[in-house]
Design a protein around this ligand. Sequence first.
Ligand code: AP5
Length: 218
Amino acid sequence: MRLIFLGPPGAGKGTQAQILRERFGAKQISTGDILRENRSNGTELGKLAENYMRGGVLVPDEVIVKMIEAELQQLQGGFIMDGFPRTVAQAQAFDALLHAQQTPLDAVVLFNADRDTLFTRLTARWTNPRTGRSYNTVTNPPRVPGIDDEDGSPLVQREDDKPETVRKRLDVYERQTAPLVEYYRASGKLVEVDALACVDDVTRELIRKVDALVHTAR
Ligand code: AP5
């Protein structure tokens, strides 16, 4: 399975990637998580990315593409790209990498949601920094506030989930990432899901549509 999850911040890409990763064993490659891990480890990449991420703007394409290239080199089997590509330049570079490896994409899943819902979801999100599992104090609260149901770790709120930064990230998506919808539609590999549905329904719709596309292509 080789998938891209495309959609605005807060649409549920990370939530669904985690579910599919556990169910099908494909590797979830979240550029945001890789950057955050580098930031906590104080690497050069982390230091470079820090100001961009804090401001809610994109890290430069060349940095991201190099990072993905390194990930692909270590990869065996399928992947779910969560948060990459985010610009047409990143998509073109990714196409070239996949072409060179002869590993074409199966599908690009577009998560559709409105801005007000995204804003509410992001400003109420709490995450386990160790596993990436995400909760929402409004729609999907943990059993004990601030504690992960699964492993008991303390949950944290992301710095870029402050209201003013969320607004900025949503603007950046519209300007720089939304053009990828037409880019991938033209490739015939785009499927769309209603990201406003509950988590289980989104998973069902996603699997059904990806399966249908893959079977038609065979
Ligand atoms: P990144 O970490 O990728 O953040 P994002 O794309 O902004 O996406 P999010 O993680 O915020 O949202 P999501 O769609 O995964 O939603 P989630 O499942 O968590 O990027 C952060 C930063 O890193 C960027 O701003 C940029 O600076 C940099 N960066 C990363 N990649 C880059 C790239 N390729 N190029 C350049 N820069 C890059 O869900 C959100 C909330 O909603 C959760 O609380 C969840 O529990 C809840 N929820 C999920 N699904 C549902 C549902 N169906 N119903 C109700 N609630 C739901």
